[in-house]
Design a protein around this ligand. Structure first.
Ligand SMILES: Cc1ncc(COP(=O)(O)O)c(C=O)c1O
Length: 451
């Protein structure tokens, strides 16, 4: 028996069904909530009031035996399914061999193999190299370090509605003050913000090329092209509201960056790894970034992140200039290799497109009946609805919160996001069963229309 089949046999597969047995949260979750209130920092919040006992496929099971359909994937992380057997087996085997040596001290093959895979999978057929780190924020920070070192320039351009993380530099790069930045300054300098493309909220419709020209005019006037080291952008704005820019926006920005010696950094932390129906979201518009920051879906639920980019940019940094104690942990690398094999073997990008094909018509039909839905948008299995006061574009965060809360009470986990807090986002695992997805959509429909 292989390790994988042994583990599969040892661990009964989680029943792929929604099942609410108690009030949500149930008694055991309430007990844990009380312990948490005493010992866990109050600033750390959770979307669900229940505590998880097990998870797999498309469901989370809580400590009271309730099962929830997972439309969040731990924020776009468990795309291959929670505790995917191949990932579990790879982690167990690696942990039995060695858990840590520090790649900067005693290197190992898994790190090299993940970098090889990233060179193959990220957009563009140029020579590429990678550095592995621990989190999305750390990947973005390292991309900026590399771009600054390679160009000898200081300025970093980011966009309205951007989210890049919670470290000091990435807070500066993130747009939204509350809860991410308020009271945490002073922030890192030389970060400049340009207008994004947000088709629903343009005062007058504007093409992607014109939206890019508007951003470029701001950059050139307020910073000067020759001062800019990097332009950092999410191909679909994630925490900002799953905002898909107008077609042509990203290619025009990439062309401007190329023409001006600016490093074009795609923050694919949330959009990467098959989530949007292609391996990376930049591919939808044929954009080839100079550097790509990845994390979340890379390792089937284990912490790992990377910067992958043009070999000459990556190698511009002096020896010892990049790294970290845990960066590219052998256990995370083993998980990543197993997860990447699943993305490729099972064509999970096609699975994401199938999820889009199943969900979008239902969401559009719901929008026809629910005047509080201003827009259905997204790509692949990164979909959202934006909620407003009917007949206006005034954001309705309370309605988004109500829907998320009532869905949770019925056993469906949905997340909110958006600069205005009024977006419901859907990020199911790419392996979710079609019947589970349909059931979740039935619940969502009922809750939205129950207003
Ligand atoms: C686009 C983007 N960049 C960066 C980050 C930060 O990643 P992490 O939370 O792993 O630091 C996130 C997290 O949501 C993200 O969505």
């Amino acid at each position: 028996m292989t390790t994988e089949s042994a583990l599969r046999a040892a661990r009964p597969t989680l029943d792929q069904r929604r099942r609410v047995l108690t009030a949500v949260p149930g008694p055991r979750s309430l007990e844990l909530g009380a312990r948490r209130a005493e010992f866990v920092a109050g600033a750390v919040t959770s979307a669900l009031g229940v505590y998880v006992a097990r998870a797999g496929g498309g469901v989370l099971e809580d400590v009271d035996g309730n099962t929830f359909i997972d439309l969040g994937s731990g924020i776009a992380v468990t795309s291959v399914g929670n505790s995917a057997p191949a990932v579990v087996a790879a982690v167990a085997a690696q942990a039995a061999d060695f858990t840590h040596t520090c790649f900067m001290i005693a290197p190992y093959e898994g790190y090299v193999a993940v970098c090889e895979a990233l060179a193959r999978l990220t957009p563009g057929d140029h020579a590429k190299k990678s550095v592995l780190v621990n989190s999305g924020a750390e990947a973005v920070e390292n991309a900026v370090k590399i771009a600054r070192h390679a160009t000898g320039r200081d300025a970093v351009v980011v966009f309205d509605h951007a989210y890049h993380g919670r470290t000091n530099l990435t807070m500066a790069m993130t747009a939204k003050a509350m809860p991410y930045k308020a009271g945490f300054g002073p922030f890192a300098g030389e970060v400049y913000r340009a207008p994004a493309s947000y088709p629903l909220r343009e005062p007058v419709p504007i093409s992607g090329a014109d939206a890019a020209a508007r951003a470029i005019a701001v950059i050139e006037k307020q910073v000067g092209a020759s001062a800019v080291a990097a332009l950092v952008i999410e191909p679909i704005l994630g925490e900002g509201g799953f905002i898909v820019p107008a077609p042509g926006f990203l290619p025009a920005l990439a062309a401007w960056a190329r023409a001006n010696g600016v490093v074009f950094v795609a923050d694919e932390v949330q959009t990467g790894f098959a989530r949007t129906g292609t391996m990376f979201a930049c591919e939808h518009e044929g954009v080839v970034p100079d550097l790509v920051a990845t994390a979340k879906g890379i390792a089937g639920g284990l912490p790992l992140a990377a910067v992958t980019g043009r070999a000459e940019l990556m190698d511009a940094v002096h020896a010892g200039g990049l790294g970290g104690t845990f960066g590219g942990s052998p256990v995370s690398c083993a998980a990543a290799l197993a997860a990447i094999a699943l993305y490729e073997r099972d064509d999970l990008a096609a699975a994401a497109r199938a999820i889009e094909a199943r969900m979008v018509p239902r969401l559009r039909a719901l929008a026809d009946d629910a005047p509080q839905i201003a827009e259905v948008r997204g790509r692949g299995a990164m979909l959202a609805i934006e909620l407003v006061r009917p007949g206006t574009l005034e954001p309705d965060a309370a309605e988004a919160a109500r829907i998320a809360r009532e869905c949770a009470q019925r056993g469906v986990l949905v997340l909110t996001c958006g600069t205005f807090g009024n977006v419901l986002r859907f990020l199911p695992p790419l392996v979710i069963a079609a019947e589970l997805l349909d059931d979740a959509l039935d619940v969502l429909t009922e809750v939205v229309l129950a207003r």
